[in-house]
Ligand binder design. Structure first.
Ligand SMILES: O=C(O)C(=O)C[C@H](O)[C@H](O)COP(=O)(O)O
Length: 204
């Protein structure tokens, strides 16, 4: 099954304290969002991926912010089940493909989408979704490029997610709104589970 079809929302998380990784992931899974993207933006991100991969039953944990071969290899070694990049270069796409695990490369223009489709890659992250043109842009891409499907991410909120999910070329959306920094800091896992449950219901 495609990465885009496992859950309506992929929480994008920035983990500062590795101790929060497992309870955070458990709350997301309990709320109904098993697919979790841990961004490689903090020093503990790889350890967080490892901990979630080892300890959280039902989680499908991947690594975001992949920019180099080193990032991709380290994420795979830490147990990442998939890789996500904010954009794509001809060099990066080779590294992603060589890992052998699913990946969502970032694209934001028709030309970038077409370059990836030429290589047979038709499931992409549309980033930065709102800033790059949002709903009207994705609707426009669906006309000439109907075979390409997206996970729009960047600036998407609970109020705007349903309109994205209603588009034929959107499989799921990504966002950071499920894991507010203050909830992480105070360990408010119940709040995160509730946010996840509300987001999971968008796919019903
Ligand atoms: O780190 C990465 O690899 C990214 O591509 C960026 C994230 O997907 C966005 O930062 C989403 O953030 P929100 O706009 O707050 O939902």
């Amino acid at each position: 099954m495609s990465l885009l079809d496992l859950a309506p929302v992929i929480p994008v998380v920035v983990i500062e304290d590795v101790e929060t990784a497992v309870p955070l992931a458990r709350a997301l899974v309990a709320g109904g969002l098993p697919v979790i993207e841990v961004t490689l933006r903090t020093p503990v991100a790889l350890d967080a991926i490892q901990a979630i991969s080892d300890e959280v039953e039902g989680a499908v944990v991947g690594a975001g912010t992949i920019r180099t071969r080193e990032d991709a290899d380290a994420a795979v070694n830490a147990g990442a089940a998939f890789l996500v990049s904010p954009g794509t270069t001809p060099v990066l796409i080779d590294f992603l493909a060589e890992t052998g695990i699913p990946f969502l490369p970032g694209a934001a223009t028709a030309s970038e989408v077409m370059a990836l489709a030429e290589r047979g890659i038709t499931e992409l992250k549309f980033f930065p979704a709102e800033a790059a043109g949002g709903l009207p842009y994705l609707k426009s891409l669906a006309g000439p490029l109907p075979d390409v499907r997206f996970c729009p991410t960047g600036g998407i909120k609970p109020a705007t997610a349903p309109a994205y999910l209603a588009l034929p070329n959107v499989g799921c959306v990504g966002g950071t709104w499920l894991t507010p920094a203050d909830a992480l800091a105070t360990g408010d896992w119940a709040r995160i589970e509730k946010l996840a449950a509300e987001a999971a219901a968008l796919g019903a």
